[in-house]
Ligand binder design. Structure first.
Ligand SMILES: *[C@@H]1O[C@H](CO)[C@@H](O)[C@H](O)[C@H]1NC(C)=O
Ligand SMILES: *[C@@H]1O[C@H](CO)[C@@H](O)[C@H](O)[C@H]1NC(C)=O
Length: 249
């Protein structure tokens, strides 16, 4: 206002003032974005450092535990190898651990959206009640295997089903003379362990080994069998299908 009245060159001054305002504005915006950028970099560094610290803490705990249990050097070496691969791939971002901290309803929706599809599209759970599938999704566990890691070995009896979220899995038999026969390869969206995951004490006939890096979703019978009480129609459907699978063999 002052500038306009005290100088005679009326048409220049307002534009100078506009430029001044404009420059001030740009400087303000730039500073603002620089501040935001620095803030972002710091928070990225912080989260990287804190996840590394958490991860190292977790590893130290695991190592102490294994030491106390007198685990062999060979097993320790295998564990280290796995842990290194896991860090390289995930940078400590372990989906399950983060998901566990979510409030119940959010966790429920997330698990259902990310993993529920495996259940809905599987032979054994397709056609069961939607509420049952949603509850079941909460009990799924996500595990990562690297090429050559065994997911299941012949003779294991673990009461678990396995859904392949990503990657490829070899179905094989290892002969007593240590040669092996690969029978088939399973892909994302396929699953194994129906009988083992529905009944107690059924051993796996074959071994299952990661051919690529594999994301596996497991469902352990102990975690969800109580749920069946509340969904009798789904229970009936599941076990009728299981009988059909048995009759084929
Ligand atoms: C491990 O070995 C130590 C020393 O040989 C022994 O005292 C300890 O009881 C062992 N722990 C287990 C769990 O076997
Ligand atoms: C190893 O054993 C399997 C099954 O018993 C057999 O088919 C295969 O020929 C054997 N291989 C060698 C090299 O002996």
């Amino acid at each position: 206002m002052n500038v306009l009245t005290t100088t005679g060159t009326g048409d220049i001054v307002p534009s100078t003032q506009q430029e001044l305002i404009y420059i001030t504005f740009i400087m303000f915006v730039t500073k603002f974005f620089i501040a935001m950028f620095i803030g972002d970099v710091t928070s990225v560094l912080n989260s990287y450092t804190s996840s590394l610290v958490n991860y190292e803490y977790g590893i130290a705990e695991l190592r102490d535990y294994l030491h106390n249990e007198n685990v062999s050097d060979h097993q320790m070496e295998k564990m280290w190898h796995y842990v290194r691969q896991l860090w390289t791939r995930n940078r400590g971002k372990q989906i399950p651990r983060l998901v566990i901290r979510l409030p119940y309803v959010m966790r429920y929706d997330l698990m259902n959206e990310v993993y529920g599809q495996h259940l809905r599209h599987s032979y054994i759970f397709s056609g069961t009640e939607e509420a049952f599938i949603r509850q079941l999704s909460l009990e799924l566990k996500h595990v990562i295997f690297f090429p050559g890691n065994y997911i299941v070995q012949h003779g294991d009896s673990d009461q678990s089903m396995y859904f392949i979220h990503r990657g490829e899995v070899d179905i094989l038999t290892v002969h007593p003379n240590l040669t092996e026969t690969v029978h088939d390869v399973l892909h994302a969206g396929e699953m194994f362990g129906i009988a083992q995951g529905l009944f107690h004490g059924v051993p796996h006939h074959f071994s299952f080994r990661a051919k690529t890096t594999v994301d596996i979703i497991t469902l352990q019978l102990n975690k969800w069998q109580d749920l069946l009480k509340f969904f009798p129609a789904s229970k009936h459907l599941i076990y009728s299908k299981a009988e059909l699978v048995y009759m084929k063999h």
